[in-house]
Each structure stands twice: as C-alpha cells, then as structure tokens.
Design a protein around this ligand. Structure first.
Ligand SMILES: Cc1ncc(COP(=O)(O)O)c(C=O)c1O
Length: 438
C-alpha cells in the first residue's frame, strides 16, 4: 500500500512507478530533470476546502488565511484566490503576487516582526488595512505612513500579536509564543497593554483584535487551548480597563503535519470543533463578543502534503561497519529543514514503488556541508545509481527557504492535475544566479 504521506492522487502505475495527478513521475523526471518539485493540484484544492468547511460550518464569521511564508508563487496565488482563502503576507513581493492574482485587499493581513517602511507603504498603497502589530516601534511608523498614503479607508485596523508565554512543545526554532521570543508583545510584562494604549492615541489606527501564534508543528492542542484562554483573559481585562471590543481574533496557524509514519497529522475537523467550542465557552464565560471574526492562518497544514521532492541517486557509498550513504542531486539547497532544526522525513524509491524496503540508508545531499543529510535513516529497497528518490510532504518551507549554496540552481516546479503536468517554475540557470552581480 502506498504511503498516506503522498498527495491524495498518488497511486502506483502498472510499470511499478509512482503516479501523481495522473502523471507518471518517472516520465516527469525525464522531461523536466531533477531535483524536481511536483505539486498536486487536487490536494491543494482538497486541503483548502477541508479547512474552509471545518471552520465555516462551526463559526459564522470566519476567515481562513493561507500563511504565504510556507510557499508562495503566482500559480499558488491564483489557485488560493479561486478557492476563497485570504492571505497572511510578510513582504512586498508577496503583496505584489497577491494583488496580481486578484486578491481583495480585505483578505490580506500584513505580518512581520520588523516591517520596513517600504513594505508598510506598499501595503497601504494596495489598500490593505489589516496589520498585525508585532512591536511598539512599528505603531508610530504605521500611523505616520498611513497619514501620507491616500487610500479609500483612512483607518488602519490593527491586531496586536500577543506572546502568551505558553510552550507549544515543538522545536525551539518553531516555538514562538514563549516569553523569550522575537515575535509578539508580552502580556505579563505589560508590553501588549502599552501597545493597545499607544494605538488608541493615533486617530488613523484602530485596535480591532488580538492575534497569537504559539508555534509550528503543534500537535499539543492543550497548549493552544491554554493560549486561547490567556488571550481571552487579556481581552476581558482590556474591556474592563478601557472598553476594548474584541472584534477579530486570529489564532494563528501551526497545525501539525506528519512528515513520516511516526506521526499523524492534526485532524482538521476535530481541531476546528475543539477550538470553536473552547472559544465559544471562553467568550461566554467572560461576557465577550460572541460574534467576533475568527481568523486562522495555517501554512503547512494547507500546502505541505501537496508537494513531493524528487531526486536522482548519483552515488551509493558503503562504509563497512558504519553505514551506507545514498547521494542525491539535491539537499540542503532545496530543503534546509533537516539541517536547520532536525526535521525528519521519509523517502521512497518511485521508479520501483511497489518494492519492499530491505535496507537502511543515510540520504546525503550534494552540498558541501557534512550536515547536509536529508535523512539519517531511510528504509528503502536495494538502491542503485540512477534510481529516483522521492521525499513526500515537501510542499512547505522548502522552496521558500531554498538557496544557491555552492552556486547550484534551484529546482524546477511542476503542477500536476488530471494527467497534465504544467511547468510553473523553470529550473534556474547560471545566468539567473549571476543576474544581480555587477
Ligand atoms: C504568524 C504566523 N502565522 C502562521 C504561520 C504558519 O505556520 P504553519 O505553516 O506551521 O501553519 C506562521 C509560521 O511561521 C506564523 O509565524
């Protein structure tokens, strides 16, 4: 049986290859070369529909934002626009892509722990009025820039990103809701309240809500519930102190995704049910606005499973009594996550998809770092030079964090659907890499 880590359309062909979106991946590798990132349109659509249904069926006023940092490109922007999700953006380029794809500015929220004046200006010029305030310094900047950029809505709607001091029990680099975090404003140290008071001093800023995102790869829903209660306590406290009305609550993303058979993905319906129930009860208990706009902003939970990274095996090196390395033609240049925070994947031979795993290998990348090992332990059939290796759940935080280390061009990207494969990003060339050198 094929691993459930693959996209929804994955199946074996009669010639013992993997098929995605009706396309034989061995043929795709021959046509487009490797490393190759393949995205399955049906999975992208299904994941977005699942998230929208899960929350819309349980909360009246709900917005699902796709966190573009997970991976963003024009083809994805067009798809997500069609699917009806909004966007959480962090840079000017993301705004440009979003607007070009036709996104309504109302569905775009601007994030970032150090938004530059250029980014703020670009957002305001695009009539975006939702900003998630991450620190005290950006408040006066935002007000000043908003006063000079002419646009239909003169008032900027702010949400304050709170740091609720709750541990999401994920990797340290993916934990963002603890006191010692570069993100958000502390509750207990009074910084968040200072931000709220400062926003109220500016006529062109309006505090409409609160935001929290305690981290990524969160499976511990108790931590999320705890954070939710901490944030509702803040809303109740501010209501009593200065009549704050909680109109929007953004509970972040971070939905845990399985990258290998040891984990299971956070179940969306159960998560939506538990979260909305806890929210309803929490609001009622504190006499807060039960009709608020609920915002969720998953990235990986929507896109990770739709992507598969494909590599060609270039060498198999057996070190007697130590281990056997398989060297592939990609690595930390297209997927830095194992080197950055020890992400653990699974790998499959896709030109012999039905063969049983009989051996353990380490999968080494081709980059000049000893730490460039994508998998320390991959269970595979006997592997030979020329075999095609796939790493599933490759849709998030791989391509957007890709680099040109060793001056190696970044991979091509193909979107598959109903037997058609469309090149959505060509492989970089040496000329592309040198384009900025003067
Ligand atoms: C504020 C915020 N929202 C949403 C996300 C998306 O997280 P994930 O892709 O794990 O769902 C992130 C990730 O860094 C984030 O910082």
């Amino acid at each position: 049986m094929l691993s459930a880590l693959f996209p929804l359309t994955a199946r074996p062909t009669e010639s013992n290859h993997l098929e995605l979106g009706g396309c034989d991946v061995v043929a795709l590798a021959e046509k487009f070369g490797t490393p190759l990132y393949i995205f399955d349109e049906a999975t992208i659509r299904a994941q977005a529909a699942r998230a929208l249904n899960a929350f819309r069926s349980r909360w009246n006023d709900v917005v699902v934002l796709y966190a573009t940092k997970a991976y963003f490109a024009p083809f994805l922007a067009r798809l997500y626009h069609e699917l009806g999700v909004g966007l959480d953006v962090t840079s000017e380029a993301e705004i440009v892509i979003a607007k070009h794809a036709g996104f309504d500015s109302e569905k775009i929220y601007v994030h970032g722990n150090n938004k530059t004046p250029e980014e703020i200006r670009a957002a305001l010029h695009s009539n975006i009025r939702h900003f998630v305030v991450d620190n005290l310094d950006e408040i006066s900047n935002l007000s000043e820039l908003a006063s000079v950029v002419r646009r239909p809505s003169p008032v900027v709607h702010c949400l304050i990103r709170l740091s609720p001091n709750i541990d999401a029990h994920t990797h340290r680099y993916m934990t963002t809701g603890v006191a010692d975090s570069k993100f958000g404003l502390g509750i207990s140290d009074g910084m968040a309240e200072r931000a709220a008071r400062e926003i109220s001093q500016h006529k062109n800023l309006q505090l409409v809500g609160l935001h929290f995102h305690i981290g990524s790869q969160v499976f511990d829903t108790d931590a999320l519930r705890e954070a939710l209660h901490a944030v509702l306590d803040v809303a109740a406290d501010w209501k009593a102190k200065f009549n704050f009305e909680l109109s929007e609550l953004n509970i972040g993303g971070g939905w845990g995704v399985a990258y290998n058979e040891m984990h299971s993905t956070l179940e969306m319906d159960a998560f939506a049910e538990n979260t909305t129930r806890a929210l309803r009860e929490g609001l009622r208990a504190r006499d807060l606005n039960e009709h608020l706009k609920l915002i969720v902003e998953p990235g990986r939970g929507l896109i990770a499973r739709a992507g598969v990274a494909m590599y060609r095996v270039g060498s198999v090196k057996e070190i007697p009594d130590v281990r056997t390395y398989i060297a592939i033609d990609g690595g930390m240049g297209d997927n830095v996550r194992p080197a950055l925070y020890g992400a653990q994947y699974a790998a499959f031979l896709v030109n012999r998809i039905n063969e049983n795993a009989t051996r353990e290998y380490a999968i080494a990348g081709r980059y000049c770092e000893q730490g460039d090992v994508l998998l320390e332990r991959a269970h595979l059939p006997e592997t030979r030079v020329g075999d095609l290796l796939a790493i599933p759940v490759a849709g998030a935080y791989q391509l957007p964090m890709a680099s040109n280390y060793n001056l190696i061009p970044r991979p091509a990207v193909v979107l598959v659907n109903d037997g058609n494969a469309r090149l959505v990003r060509r492989r970089e060339t040496i000329q592309d890499m040198l384009a900025c050198d003067v």
